[in-house]
Design a protein. Structure first.
Length: 578
């Protein structure tokens, strides 16, 4: 099965702060020996507002045995370029000009039947969004085995066992069990690893990886990237890595391509671009990247007066168990949350960090009463809501909102963005139509989206733009608590910085509390007042960010800190231009 993907969407409205026509020549070296050679690529989207040129005259080479990283803001054309390679663009997209040469093929000229012989077997794709790319009614193992069978790499009998081996190589723990599960039974990070397993199953010559580790914690991210890097060294596989994480690009890519407003504004050897960026836009990206800088809090994190530190949320010995598929006739359970006790105060931010599957998101769902606790108690503003039902549960829904990890799955594709943001206001009968739209415009402005976004639909936005819409919707009711489940993992570094500033400003203005779930410890250090480290369902360490980052007590915390990307060569990074 070749995963279906969504396009990156049309770019943001061009600004006036940089003149792209005056940028230095960034055309790559001649493509001799290149596994992939793109010349003069232009792609546009048909929208209700007219035609939008998303990619303009892009030149790009990816060489065998190398990783080429493409970075840029959300909507810059990164994913559109990547998806044009496999011809898996959205239905309203058109390749207007250019060639994409892969071996003896010009991929822009191949028929759909011819593309099917190339995709999967010779070009593997790791899409950004696992929830829309995995078949929800097929087990994970079946979806990996399908790639092997389609391309004649395994028989119906041998494919299941080979699929388990591939899942193991892709970093999934207990691959035998995961192969028997459906996508909805896995965490976001585990689903992403399943997509990576599908992409590498046929050992392709080229892997197009569109944000392949954005949903992964840093330790698993390192394992996955080590494996992809191993393919380049062992088999000479070429990798086109689309990422908003400049730390990952710095660590893994031999060549770096910077895109803005659909164009390549700078390209070259990664170390050279990071050490001496030539374009203002590249310098702004570097300045915004938390993993490439000594991350300091975005606001002064000082203890508020005692009157402001009332407890808002308290978990007391919370437990959550899930049933697993039977093995050898025996029933099994997974204790996803194991005797967790936490306290979150008003106006404060408590960050939960840990590996994918460590219990972070399940803990958040217990707080929001989106799942029932197996044992323990959950208190909200002094009231026990462990078994809340009816009016009590509805009141909790108004006072506690959620920003999901996956913005596309959480936004109704039939709604306009205006309807998405005002939906909570309609549900709780707040204001009239005019006041709700005014509130939507205000929120869009605060999350750095133009008011014209109101009339668009989620499919017309990039992943980062959709996440900003999700943040705006969560803030619509001015809640006491916002649970942020990886709220900036899909955002490029500059917009990520804006979103974190926004969250900090709103907290200072309104006293809202955040339960902030993230695998990005550099981000956590900038936003949190307190950090709780989770592993295998348990809290193994808590503390203030500075204390935890500088003097971690638990070995697992030290492993997480060591895995933060972007510091493989700190000396070189420190020498880059200010």
């Amino acid at each position: 099965m070749v995963p279906a993907v969504m396009s990156d969407g049309p770019p943001n409205t061009p600004g006036t702060d940089e003149d792209l026509s005056t940028t230095p020549s960034t055309a790559p070296d001649p493509g001799e020996g290149a596994a992939l050679e793109i010349r003069g690529l232009s792609v546009s989207y048909r929208t209700r507002g007219g035609t939008v040129r998303a990619v303009r005259d892009v030149d790009l080479d990816v060489r065998p045995g190398e990783v080429t990283a493409v970075v840029g803001e959300s909507g810059s054309g990164k994913s559109t370029t990547a998806h044009a390679i496999t011809r898996l663009l959205a239905a309203n997209a058109t390749i207007d000009a250019g060639t994409i040469r892969f071996g003896r093929h010009d991929l822009t000229a191949l028929s759909e039947a011819e593309l099917r012989t190339v995709r999967g077997a010779q070009i593997g794709l790791v899409p950004q969004d696992p929830s829309v790319s995995l078949n929800p009614v097929k087990r994970i193992g079946e979806q990996v085995a399908e790639v092997l069978r389609i391309h004649g790499l395994a028989t119906r009998r041998s494919a299941p066992s080979e699929a388990i081996d591939i899942l193991h190589r892709a970093g999934l723990p207990d691959a035998v069990t995961r192969a028997r599960q459906y996508p909805h039974e896995l965490s976001g990070g585990m689903r992403q690893r399943a997509l990576i397993a599908i992409a590498i199953a046929a050992r392709p010559r080229l892997i197009v990886a569109d944000e392949p580790t954005s949903a992964l914690d840093v330790t698993v991210q390192r394992v996955i990237l080590d494996h992809l890097q191993g393919l380049t060294e062992e088999l000479g596989t070429a990798i086109l890595l689309v990422t908003h994480d400049l730390g990952v690009a710095a660590d893994r890519a031999q060549r770096l391509v910077v895109m803005s407003q659909g164009r390549v504004v700078e390209a070259g050897a990664t170390r050279e671009v990071l050490a001496e960026p030539q374009h203002d836009y590249t310098r702004r990206l570097l300045a915004s990247a938390p993993s490439l800088t000594t991350a300091a809090p975005r606001t002064e994190v000082t203890a508020p007066p005692a009157t402001d530190t009332a407890t808002l949320v308290e978990l007391r010995n919370a437990v959550k168990e899930f049933r697993l598929p039977r093995a050898e006739g025996e029933s099994r359970t997974l204790r996803a949350v194991d005797d967790v006790s936490l306290t979150l105060h008003r106006g404060r931010t408590l960050a939960l960090v840990g590996e994918s599957g460590s219990g972070k998101s399940t803990t958040a769902r217990l707080v929001l009463r989106l799942t029932d606790a197996s044992a323990g108690h959950i208190l909200f503003d002094g009231t026990d809501v462990t078994t809340a039902r009816g009016a009590q549960a509805r009141q909790l829904r108004r006072r506690a909102q959620l920003v999901y990890q996956n913005p596309y799955a959480s936004l109704d594709p039939r709604f306009s963005i205006g309807e998405v943001i005002t939906e909570p206001l309609r549900a709780f009968k707040v204001g009239d139509r005019a006041s709700r739209l005014d509130r939507a415009r205000e929120l869009l402005d605060r999350v750095a989206l133009p008011a014209t976004t109101l009339d668009r639909r989620p499919a017309e936005l990039s992943g980062g733009q959709r996440q900003r819409v999700a943040i705006a919707r969560a803030l619509a009711l001015s809640p006491d608590l916002v649970v942020c489940d990886e709220p900036v993992s899909a955002l490029d570094v500059s917009v990520q910085a804006q979103a974190l500033d926004l969250l900090a400003e709103l907290q200072a203005d309104t006293g809202v509390a955040y339960l902030f779930i993230s695998h990005d410890l550099a981000v956590v250090r900038q936003i949190a007042h307190e950090v709780a480290v989770m592993r295998a369902g348990r809290v193994v360490e808590t503390g203030a960010p500075d204390d935890l980052f500088t003097h971690p007590r638990h070995e697992y915390t030290r492993e997480l800190l060591a895995a933060i990307p972007g510091h493989r060569d700190d000396h070189d990074l420190r020498t880059r231009s200010a």
